[in-house]
Design a protein. Structure first.
Length: 176
């Protein structure tokens, strides 16, 4: 995903956060309202940077100030009501053949809501200011998968946004 990364908003009371690398687009916007172009994959993201560039060229979208991210999602989502981890799969009607980047830099882990079970909705660490209560890194991400999983199981994301919740590893990658 290509995103317009923004500095920490004033309303987010977490001084250690410099900018927002969240998967959701609540704070740092995606490069476009991309779903309308119907070129996303079954995870409602993209298979390659080339697809993002293709959309940008076709629709005159400037990618100059965007950062490119690669996401890896844990294969289970957390149902907070039932306190269970459940499997999920990409939407089978979309082509999902993700191209792995040649190099990637792990920036941290994000917890993202998927109430509609389609595209990423909210990242409560930033969207709901949970980073004011939960220690994150400078990009408003958690330092490890284990920490994200433990916080979910302890109910630390409860009463933020309706789930289920998915854990994403967030990588920064160079534009090819």
């Amino acid at each position: 995903m290509a995103k317009h990364v923004v500095a920490r908003p004033d309303w987010l009371n977490a001084n250690r956060v410099e900018d927002i690398y969240s998967v959701s687009n609540c704070v740092s916007d995606d490069f476009a309202d991309y779903i309308n172009y119907w070129k996303h994959n079954g995870y409602w993201l993209f298979n390659s940077p080339e697809t993002i560039r293709e959309i940008a060229e076709e629709h005159f979208i400037d990618l100059t100030d965007t950062k490119l991210f690669f996401y890896e999602v844990y294969e289970l989502e957390y149902d907070e009501d039932e306190k269970l981890w459940k499997p999920f799969a990409p939407e089978s009607s979309f082509n999902t053949q993700v191209t792995q980047p040649d190099a990637k830099t792990l920036e941290g882990y994000d917890v993202v809501t998927f109430y509609a079970h389609t595209s990423p909705e909210c990242s409560p660490l930033s969207c709901n200011s949970l980073a004011s209560e939960i220690e994150t890194n400078r990009h408003c991400l958690l330092p490890s998968f284990e920490r994200a999983k433990k916080l979910l199981e302890k109910g630390k994301f409860g009463n933020s946004e309706p789930g289920p919740y998915r854990i994403f590893a967030v990588y920064w990658v160079e534009w090819p």
